[in-house]
Structure formats: structure tokens, C-alpha cells
Write a protein that binds this ligand. Structure first.
Ligand code: GLC
Length: 800
């Protein structure tokens, strides 16, 4: 065994045949406002405070640091940070109002202290930052005994990633996803850490291949195979605070069109116009709500993007218009590969205008994808993104408002599964090999798509869903988790995956409901559709060579269960839309791990098979065929079973019977959850009454509902409503107050209901707007009907 001498700073160590260098002592320190530059021999390190709780670290082993950031960084202008800089023989002390960074001089090591003086984060004392002869860069940190790691975007495995290696390299993985297929389609090199010392987050902004090694006992590391060591440290009060800071930096999801929150039906592929019409007709006949039908690759002429297949889709614009009459949106797939075909307009334009990726020597890079040999647009160039965006007029002119981006890792049918890493991206004047920008390819494609659609749709909100992405992708697209399988294990696996994606700034996530590859079966589809009720992106999709799996395929019982849960999703749309609004405002996810809501309860720290929807709803999906009852952990407090309205005490596991039609749902006692009516598509029953379900009386209760027209950008001009309900109880007298805080959108609604659960008797209900009330003794439920409008209102319920 080698001693630590072997890895002495500034000395060379050889690990696995690779020579490692570690940063040495600080020779010069320069301080410019909130930026501190440390020279350590030829290497330079920059430490810049963006806010009192957020700083960036950049290392250049060979000279001055390159301060450019990737496009993932959205917020560029930060108010000046008050920073106190002092030094003694051994350390520099950098102090803000929220933390202190101690920089050891010999050798350079960082340590972050909380205001209470606890070390929350520090470089490994032996190995801090470093690099290899092969130009990899890395950083080693110490690990607290109880430290947990959440985030890392779209990853298989459990919630807490301690003990694992996380590899960031966008990859098209058709092989069944499992913990060993670590690099999937998305790379979000961001994590949060929770320990008794507190909470922090770290974002390594490097879009090449990066590896986080959390397998050690006392330290962990992150390494970038190419490019810079450039990371951000976020100190937070709690996980929510860290996620909110991370999304302030990398941006937040724009409010999607409301129809995109409905149910989506897809298939690889509905191959003809007739088939699409038949699917649409069946949804309406069977009264299963659905907003979107997808066109997978068969709609194209020889898989050429921006074309229609002449025989299969001879009149696509007519099809889209007819479906729109029935309340459906149509979303076509668009892949990045452009068929090498000298007679094809898109290929001609790309070649003539030099828009495709090329080798240094000048040849256009081509790779095999669905259309055969194809060229790939260089989306790192703004002019290429503009061109690509405009090409979408082909779709928008036909009435399309949403696009599905696939194969944008980019996937290529070869040994490496992607583009040659030596291909050069022009990158708006800062050329770099693909190796350094790989994980940004899909991000830039979706950026091009979103921005292009936004311009073309002139005031309508676009919707984009993508397979590949990088940090910041939330600004442009929803994300689905690629080619899963119809395995119970994959149903279980997508739950922690969604939760970690939410922590990584991506609120709008979903998996192929029913599973993509492998034949599905009835119970699996029923259970997966139940989970889908709450997944922000809710789409059933299946592969070419497997039997169909629309909700009606497996007989009446399964169909009824699927219908019931899709209906529930539509009933919950006012609440889900409010959660989308909150996510757009704060960056917080819609689906949350319990640890985010109950961090003080250690039982929640590794809990990966149940989740919160917002703050109030707890969902425990059933993810095995043999689960006739399921253990559900309820954190401390009182909970109401959504189905039975029974009250249950938390701080314990409860065993809930789970016949096929039941997915356990619990609501925090006292929560107010708005419900709309069942619609076959979003907006079908515009102006229908809203029902505020009150899950028991419990101190002061509030709910603020967000609503707007659901499809335009008028909300940016103030055309929206924020309405607060407040319920208080005092010795049997319940006051319900309705306060429009902002009211500039007319929903056309005339009536609202309030349903109060768990009351033993009612004497009277009084108020100017009260139209009717009814008490149902067996259900212990009071329903009050009031007039709805823009005026504040209060009414009083006297309990028996
Ligand atoms: C990829 C996608 C899948 C799609 C198929 C055909 O495998 O992940 O969803 O159906 O390509 O386009």
C-alpha cells in the first residue's frame, strides 16, 4: 500500500497507468470584487461569488482561466456580492453574509463553512483539484459519514446515489435500463447533498463526459474527460432552497400549454392517417380523455424530417385539422439526422449553407440513422438553430403546436452509438470537438425547436418533448425517459428517476406508460396508468414489434381502471396546472421525494417508491404484480386516505389494501385540493364549476389557485388569476374566505363548490353568494355551492 506521500501535492502519482497532477501552493492571489484568482505555478483557479450562498470555481491547469460558461447558465448578471477577504499565514478567508470559504494556501484546498461554523463541504486534504497528462480534470472532496446524494438527472437505481458512480454521456440505450446502464439519454451533472451538517448542491458545468465517483467511504470525486473543471457550489437552507438556486442559475421551465398536461397517446407508429383517425375515434367513443396523438417516424417520406409520407399521410394537414375539431393535438417526431440525399431540400440547404457538422479537414460527418446515411446540423451555431427552427413551418402551417425530439444524443447506428468525437462544432466562433460538447447536442436541438416554434406560433405556447438534454433543458422541453420496457422493474425504476430529475431542475418528466419495448399486459398497464395520473408528462407509448397497448386493449376491467385514473388526472388539472405554475416560478419539482418535504424525518431519506405531488398529496404506486396490499410510509401528522376519506396518523408505515383498481393516495389533513370536471380534452368544458375539496378542518388552511387561458402568452402581460381560499375554524364556526389576489382572466366560471370532508354535522351555511348546501351524513361530507367571480367573498359554516 502506498502512503499519502505518493500523492503529495505537486508530485506526480500514477494511477492505473494515468499520471495525475494535483494543484500545488498558491503563489499569487488577486482579488477583483467578488472574483478571486489564485495562481499556483502555471495553473490558475478562479473563485467567483454570484450570490452570498453561491460561488463558481474554475481551474485551468495550464494558464489563465477561461471564464466563458456553457449555454446551460441562464442567469448571467448577478447583483454584486459583499465579500470580505482577509488572510493569515495559512489561509485566505472569504466571507459573505451566508458562508465562509477558507482557502488553504499550501497546497490550495477549499473548505466551506456554514454561518454556525460547521464545515459543510471541503476539498479532500490529500487530493484536491488536479489533472492528468491526458488533460482530464478532477476534484476530490471529503464525504460526511451520513451524507446522502440526490439529483444527477435521469439515472437508473435508487434515490440516494451514495455508493455509486454516475456517468454523464448522453447515450441511446436500447438494452434494458438498469443500474449498470448508467449513462442514459440526459446528462445533468448536478447533485444535492444532505447530511447532519446541512445541505448543499454542486453543478459541474462540463458537457463532455464527466464521472462522479461516490463509491468511497470518506471522499468522493468528479472528473471531466475533456474541457474545463468548472463547478458551482450552492449552500442552501434545505433541498428546496438549493434546487431553487440551481434553477435560478440554469433557468426554469416556461409555463407549458395546458393541453400538454393532458393525456398523450403514442405508438411506434400509427402508420397511416386511417390508423390515427381510428385511435382518435376510439378515445372519444370510449370516453377516455386524451389531448394528444403522436406521429412516430412512419409519417415521413423515407424518414426525411420535414416531409409527409405520400401514401401513408397523403393529406396530413386535413387530418390534423379534423383531429383538432375533436380536441386533439398532433405531435410529430423530429430527429436530427438529415438524409444524405442530394435531391432533398433540407439536405441541399444544409450543405449549401454549411450548416452540418464537419471534420476538421472539411468533410461533412455522416452517420447511419433511420433514413440511412445522414448529416447532422451543427446546433451549436445560432444561425443553424434559426434555420432549423424555421423549417418547422412545415408543421406549424399544418396546425401543429408540439414537437417530439428524439435520437438527439445524437444517436448513430455504429459501435460508439454516437457521432465521431473528433467532429468539430463551430460553436459560434469558439470551435470545439464533439468530445467536449457532446451532452449539449440534444439541448441545442430542443432550444432550436422551442425558439423556432415560439416564433412561428406567434403568441401560442409551444410544447417540445425531448429524449436528450443537458442542464438547463427545462427552459425548452419536457423530458421523457426513453426506451424503457414493459417490465414491473421498470415501472418501479422510473419513480426514483423522476424524483432525481425533479431535484435536477426538470419538473416536466414522464416515462413511456405501459413500457416501450417488450409486450405489456393488463395489470401492468393499469398500474402504470395509475402512476401516470401524477407524472407531469403523461404519455402511453409502445414499440414497433410489440402488441398495441392503448387503454382499451386488455379488456373491460383494465379499460375501466385506465379511464378512471386518466379521468382523475383531468379532474386534478386545476391543481396540477397550479403546480406547473409554481414550478415555472420557483424551479421546484411537481413530483417530490418525501425527503424534500420531510427532511427532518430520517425515514424519508432513502424512500424511493412513493412521492409527494406538491406539498400535500402523497402517492404510493403499486409496482409489482403480487402487491395485494402495500406498505405506505406516512410521515408525522394526520393524513386522509383519498379514496375512503379515513383519517390515519402518520409517523408510521400503514398497510393499505391494493386491489387492482386502487393506487394508494393520501392527502395531508387540512389540505385544500381543487378539482375540475372530467373533460375529454383540456378546455372541453370551459367555465365548468370548480370544486375545492377540503380534507378535514385543521387550523388555518390556505390554497392559492393559478389559472389563465392555458394556451397564449397573455399571462406574461398580467392576464391571469391568483385566487386564494382561506379556511379558519373557531368553536364550530368555519369561515371560508375567497380572495382574488390578482384577477385579470375571465374563465367564464359561474359556480364553485366547496366540499368539506370529515364533518359530523352542519347547522347552517350563511353568505351572500351561497346558492345551496347539502350535508351527507354517511359520507360526513358538506357540499356548498357558491357564485364565483372576481369579487372577494366570505361565507360561514356553523357545525353541529
Ligand atoms: C427511439 C425512441 C422511441 C421511438 C423510436 C422510433 O427508439 O426512443 O420512442 O418510438 O425511436 O422513432
Amino acid at each position: 500500500m502506498k502512503g499519502s506521500e505518493a500523492i503529495h501535492p505537486n508530485k506526480i502519482s500514477v494511477e492505473k497507468g494515468i499520471t495525475h497532477f494535483y494543484i500545488g501552493q498558491v503563489s499569487v492571489m488577486r482579488h477583483d470584487k467578488a472574483s478571486i484568482y489564485f495562481n499556483c505555478g502555471p495553473a490558475q483557479v478562479l473563485l467567483r461569488f454570484l450570490s452570498p450562498s453561491l460561488f463558481r470555481v474554475v481551474l485551468n491547469p495550464y494558464g489563465e482561466v477561461d471564464e466563458k460558461t456553457t449555454d446551460a447558465v441562464y442567469k448571467r448578471d448577478w447583483p454584486e456580492v459583499e465579500l470580505d477577504v482577509s488572510e493569515d499565514d495559512e489561509y485566505y478567508h472569504l466571507t459573505t453574509s451566508q458562508l465562509k470559504v477558507k482557502v488553504q494556501k499550501r497546497p490550495l484546498r477549499l473548505a466551506v463553512y456554514t454561518p454556525e461554523g460547521k464545515v459543510i463541504h471541503q476539498d479532500d486534504p490529500v487530493r484536491g483539484m488536479g489533472w492528468t497528462e491526458q488533460k482530464q480534470v478532477f476534484c476530490h472532496k471529503t464525504m460526511h459519514g451520513d451524507e446522502k446524494f440526490y439529483g444527477f438527472g435521469e439515472k437508473a437505481g435508487y434515490l440516494n446515489k451514495r455508493g455509486t458512480r454516475q456517468i454523464m454521456w448522453n447515450s441511446d440505450v436500447y438494452a434494458p435500463h438498469n443500474e449498470e446502464t448508467n449513462a442514459l439519454y440526459q446528462s445533468i451533472p448536478f447533485f444535492t447533498s444532505l447530511s447532519e451538517k446541512g445541505v448543499y448542491g454542486l453543478f459541474l458545468d462540463n458537457p463532455g463526459k464527466t464521472i462522479f465517483d461516490l463509491t468511497g467511504e470518506e471522499s468522493y470525486s468528479f472528473t471531466a474527460e475533456a474541457g474545463k473543471l468548472d463547478y458551482y457550489f450552492f449552500y442552501g437552507q434545505d433541498l428546496k432552497d438549493v434546487v431553487s438556486q440551481y434553477t435560478e442559475l440554469t433557468g426554469r421551465m416556461p409555463l407549458p400549454p395546458k393541453w400538454a398536461i393532458g393525456y398523450h397517446q403514442s405508438r411506434y407508429s400509427y402508420q397511416t392517417e386511417d390508423e390515427v383517425r381510428e385511435v382518435a375515434r376510439t378515445f372519444r367513443e370510449k370516453q377516455i380523455p386524451c389531448d394528444v396523438i403522436y406521429l412516430d417516424i412512419h409519417y415521413m417520406d423515407g424518414y426525411r424530417v420535414f416531409t409527409w409520407h405520400p401514401a401513408r399521410f397523403p393529406n396530413a394537414p386535413q387530418l390534423i385539422q379534423d383531429l383538432s375539431q375533436q380536441g386533439f393535438h398532433v405531435i410529430p417526431i423530429v430527429d436530427p439526422g438529415v438524409k444524405k440525399d442530394p435531391s432533398y431540400r433540407v439536405y441541399q440547404e444544409g450543405v449549401k449553407q454549411d450548416y452540418f457538422c464537419r471534420y476538421l479537414e472539411g468533410d461533412i460527418y455522416t452517420g447511419e440513422v433511420w433514413p440511412g446515411e445522414s448529416a447532422f446540423p451543427d446546433f451549436t451555431e445560432e444561425k443553424v438553430r434559426k434555420w432549423w427552427g424555421k423549417l418547422h413551418a412545415h408543421y406549424t402551417e399544418a396546425g401543429i403546436k408540439g414537437i417530439w425530439n428524439d435520437m438527439n444524443e445524437p444517436a448513430v447506428f455504429n459501435e460508439t452509438k454516437t457521432m465521431d468525437v473528433d467532429v468539430i462544432h463551430k460553436n459560434d466562433g469558439d470551435p470545439k470537438p464533439h468530445k467536449e460538447l457532446h451532452n449539449l447536442y440534444g439541448y441545442y436541438m430542443s432550444k432550436a425547436t422551442y425558439e423556432g416554434l415560439k416564433e412561428l406560433l406567434a403568441g401560442e405556447r409551444p410544447f417540445v418533448v425531448t429524449r436528450a438534454g443537458y442542464a438547463g433543458i427545462q427552459r425548452y422541453a419536457a423530458v421523457w425517459t426513453g426506451d424503457n420496457r414493459s417490465f414491473w422493474e421498470h415501472l418501479a425504476m422510473c419513480i426514483p428517476m423522476f424524483l432525481n430529475m425533479g431535484i435536477s431542475g426538470l419538473p416536466f418528466v414522464g416515462a413511456d406508460i405501459g413500457g416501450f419495448a417488450h409486450p405489456a399486459n393488463g395489470p401492468l398497464l393499469a398500474r402504470w396508468t395509475q402512476l401516470g395520473t401524477f407524472t407531469p408528462f403523461c404519455r402511453n407509448h409502445s414499440a414497433l414489434d410489440v402488441p398495441r397497448q392503448e387503454p382499451w386493449v386488455f379488456g373491460e376491467e383494465i379499460e375501466a381502471i385506465c379511464r378512471r385514473y386518466i379521468e382523475l388526472r383531468y379532474q386534478l388539472l386545476p391543481h396540477l396546472y397550479t403546480l406547473f405554475y409554481q414550478a415555472a416560478q420557483t424551479g421546484l419539482p411537481i413530483l417530490r421525494p418525501l425527503v424534500m418535504e420531510f427532511p427532518d424525518d430520517p425515514m424519508t431519506h432513502d424512500l424511493a417508491d412513493q412521492f409527494m405531488v406538491g406539498e400535500d398529496i402523497l402517492v404510493a404506486p403499486v409496482y409489482r404484480p403480487d402487491m395485494h396490499a402495500r406498505a405506505v410510509y406516512l410521515p408525522r401528522g394526520q393524513w386522509i386516505n383519498y379514496w375512503t376519506k379515513e383519517e390515519v396518523s402518520g409517523g408510521q408505515y400503514v398497510l393499505v389494501p391494493t386491489p387492482l383498481e386502487i393506487m394508494p393516495i393520501f392527502v395531508k389533513k387540512g389540505a385544500i385540493i381543487p378539482h375540475g370536471v372530467v373533460e375529454q380534452y383540456v378546455g372541453e368544458k370551459q367555465g365548468a364549476p370548480l370544486t375545492m375539496h377540503v380534507f378535514g378542518l385543521h387550523g388555518e388552511q390556505r390554497y392559492t389557485l393559478y389559472e389563465d387561458d392555458g394556451h397564449s402568452f397573455d399571462y406574461e402581460k398580467g392576464c391571469y388569476n391568483l385566487v386564494e381560499w382561506r379556511i379558519t375554524e373557531d368553536s364550530g364556526k368555519v369561515s371560508v374566505s375567497y380572495q382574488p389576489r390578482h384577477y385579470q382572466y375571465d374563465s367564464g366560471r359561474k359556480e364553485c363548490h366547496l366540499v368539506l370532508h370529515g364533518v359530523d354535522g352542519v347547522q347552517e351555511v350563511r353568505g351572500d353568494t351561497v346558492k345551496d348546501w347539502q350535508y351527507e351524513r354517511e359520507k360526513k361530507q358538506l357540499t356548498v355551492t357558491v357564485e364565483a367571480g372576481s369579487d372577494p367573498d366570505t361565507y360561514v359554516i356553523r357545525l353541529k
